[in-house]
Design a protein around this ligand. Structure first.
Ligand code: BEZ
Ligand code: FE
Length: 292
């Protein structure tokens, strides 16, 4: 005789429906998802109108997506899920540089640049120099390491957000570390900026009285042969929102002081005007074999 579907047995009934799933990982994921989803519904007891609102909301999230805009990723970002997935998948030794979210503004091929070159092609913002070394976790320097760098300008916009204002490639560069793993480049001090709020994610932030801002940062993807690459940021320590990043991506180890240097001789060494900001960011990579 058929068993009635009840509040108590509903999750078991659906979980059992996956019994014949040939892929064990798919079975595990679907079963867990259904159990958590049912648990959530039993706890919250949504009205039919609230459930319809949730369906309409997720429909709007999907409808906001196109080949340039990914509202689902943004939703995952503001719910802290992107950072949770990133953190789970980047369990490394304490000595390795912490990772953080990639974000939507990475481009597949940034312009290759010489060390010391400026990634800023416009000027006008506070001059800034970033220096550092790429090292193995045991301290061995990694000359030849590759650094993919990108940032918003001093107004808080990426080149791809302002195609009529910024040349494509502005604020971006691919660098190769020199002897002793050293790298250095010129730029402008990046600004904090809001994530896009003209879609359903903006509605969520508004309804919960949350601000949409990310503290000022520079993105890095750093790799070297035989090492696990790291996707990370360097955060400007005195930036607004450093304590309340809208996407929860700040880690203390990634906050660096961008020191103001008012010294024309120092400025001349780097080919910038005085005063300028100077930040140092050493990046440590873990050998790829230690994860296998
Ligand atoms: C970014 O840092 O580029 C970013 C990360 C998550 C959401 C939006 C922007
Ligand atoms: Fe960013």
């Amino acid at each position: 005789m058929a068993t009635d579907f009840t509040e108590q047995n509903a999750a078991d009934a659906v979980a059992e429906s996956f019994a014949e799933t040939p892929d064990p990982r798919l079975k595990e994921i679907l079963t867990s998802m259904v159990r958590h989803l049912h648990g959530f519904v039993r706890e919250v007891e949504p009205t039919l109108a609230e459930w319809q609102y949730a369906i309409d909301y997720l429909t709007a999230v999907g409808q906001k997506c196109d080949d340039k805009r990914q509202e689902f990723i943004l939703l995952s970002d503001v719910l802290g899920v992107s950072m949770l997935v990133e953190t789970i998948n980047a369990r490394r030794s304490a000595a390795a540089t912490d990772s953080t979210v990639l974000g939507p503004f990475h481009v597949v091929e940034s312009p290759a640049r010489e060390l010391g070159e400026s990634i800023d092609q416009i000027g006008g913002g506070p001059p800034c120099v970033v220096t550092g070394r790429v090292l193995s976790v045991d301290g061995t320097p990694l000359p030849g390491a590759r650094l993919d760098v990108w940032q918003a300008n001093d107004q808080g916009f990426y080149d791809v957000q302002q195609p009529d204002v910024q040349p494509i490639g502005n604020g971006r560069g691919l660098f190769t570390a020199a002897a002793e793993g050293r790298f250095w480049f010129r730029t402008v001090l990046p600004s904090y900026y809001p994530i896009p709020t003209d879609g359903p994610v903006g509605t969520l932030l508004n309804s919960t009285r949350r601000h949409p801002y990310r503290p000022a940062h520079i993105h890095f993807i750093v790799g070297a042969d035989g090492y696990t690459p790291v996707t990370t940021h360097i955060f400007v320590s005195d930036s607004p929102y450093i304590e309340t990043d809208a996407v929860f991506a700040v880690k203390k180890s990634l906050i660096e002081e961008f020191r103001e240097i008012d010294d024309p001789d120092e400025a001349a060494k780097y080919g910038v005007t005085s005063p300028f900001r100077l930040a140092n960011f050493d990046i440590t990579l873990e050998p790829a074999s230690s994860e296998e």
